[in-house]
Design a protein around this ligand. Structure first.
Ligand SMILES: NC(=O)c1ccc[n+]([C@@H]2O[C@H](COP(=O)([O-])OP(=O)(O)OC[C@H]3O[C@@H](n4cnc5c(N)ncnc54)[C@H](OP(=O)(O)O)[C@@H]3O)[C@@H](O)[C@H]2O)c1
Length: 308
């Protein structure tokens, strides 16, 4: 089968479409025929070598964390799915090293949920990684109804889902994003805060004591922490970049895990219109380098999606 791989870390043009062995599902696993797989910041960082210190040494690295496709083969003991069913799934890539940017992927059935109806595979593929990250980050923050949450990177993939999920939890939500993203932020019911180098001041202008919680998807660190009230909560998206705790603030970083039940809940929310699935553009596997280059420029709204 064809799969996108990286043999030597570097610029987008190191990406190759290679012929690799078709993976076989073991007990408890399914094989998915891939229809769409997104390009996420983690893929770009992997390709560039930024994650090399955290990876085993391999001849080539497959890429891709989230996938939409159809069930192609079932391992022993899997009876939740039928061949041909449309599904979405998350590869816990650091553990599986199974890349979604391939014609087929084998994953544990516990990482898979039925795909949302009414959406294209490209749209559906935008849900698992970033929807689960947003949901699990909100769980880590542990805020109660009526408390205030500031989301940095609010127009991004994690940020957008976080705005919508937080609103459903009854939080008072504030989204920090560029002025061109004002309508997107306010469209989720959140209050818009313009992206600025003086974030603590901008937040405290609307929340004088600081926010009960900050979800820092833009990886701002210190300035985002400074926007949290004394004794509040900060959750980041990259553990090594999490700031030191201060003023009794609980500091965490989310590390997304596959979870079929949570993914099914996200699918339900997408189908009911509570979550917006955003695709910027689709690319063929042969155009993966173009997708990475575009992503690297920043400013993409909605995900870039690869189709085999
Ligand atoms: N730990 C985990 O389990 C996990 C899982 C998923 C993702 N992540 C990480 O989460 C982060 C966000 O991912 P994503 O897919 O949501 O990325 P994304 O779609 O690129 O969104 C990031 C957003 O942050 C914006 N931004 C950058 N600097 C900002 C600032 N100073 N103020 C406000 N917004 C700012 C970006 O705007 P521009 O495009 O205009 O720059 C972009 O809209 C990435 O670092 C990713 O690797 C972690």
């Amino acid at each position: 089968m064809r799969a996108i791989v990286v043999k030597a870390f570097g610029d987008p043009d190191v990406l190759e479409v290679a012929e690799v062995a078709l993976p076989e599902p073991a007990a408890g696993q399914v094989r998915i025929k891939v229809q769409a797989a997104t390009v996420n910041p983690v893929d770009v960082a992997t390709r560039a070598g930024a994650l090399a210190p955290f990876l085993p040494e391999l001849d080539q690295y497959p890429l891709g964390w989230d996938v939409a496709g159809t069930i192609d083969a079932l391992g022993e003991g899997v009876d939740d799915f039928k061949a041909g069913e449309a599904v979405v799934a998350l590869s816990d890539w650091f553990g599986t090293l199974a890349g979604a940017q391939a014609e087929y992927i084998v994953l544990n059935a516990s990482a898979v949920a039925i795909a949302p109806t009414g959406f294209s595979p490209a749209e559906a593929a935008t849900l698992p990684l970033n929807g689960l990250t947003a949901l699990q980050a909100l769980d880590l923050l542990g805020l109660s109804e009526g408390q205030s949450l500031v989301v940095t990177g609010a127009a991004g993939a994690v940020g957008g889902y976080a705005l919508q999920l937080a609103a459903r939890r009854g939080l008072k939500v504030y989204g920090v994003a560029g002025s061109e993203d004002r309508d997107f932020v306010t469209g989720t019911g959140a209050t818009f805060i313009a992206r600025t180098d003086a974030l603590p001041e901008a937040v405290r202008a609307v929340l004088p004591g600081g926010a009960d919680g900050v979800l820092d998807t833009a990886v701002l660190g210190g300035p985002a922490l400074a926007a949290v009230r004394d004794g509040g909560a900060y959750t980041g998206v990259f553990g090594p970049a999490a700031p030191e705790s201060e003023r009794g603030i609980r500091v965490d970083a989310v590390s997304v895990q596959s979870n079929a039940d949570q993914l099914a809940e996200l699918v339900f929310l997408a189908e009911s219109g509570a979550l917006t699935l955003r695709v910027a553009r689709t690319f063929g596997f042969d155009e993966a380098a173009e997708a990475h280059a575009l992503f690297g420029k920043g400013g993409t709204r909605g995900r870039l999606v690869l189709v085999p």
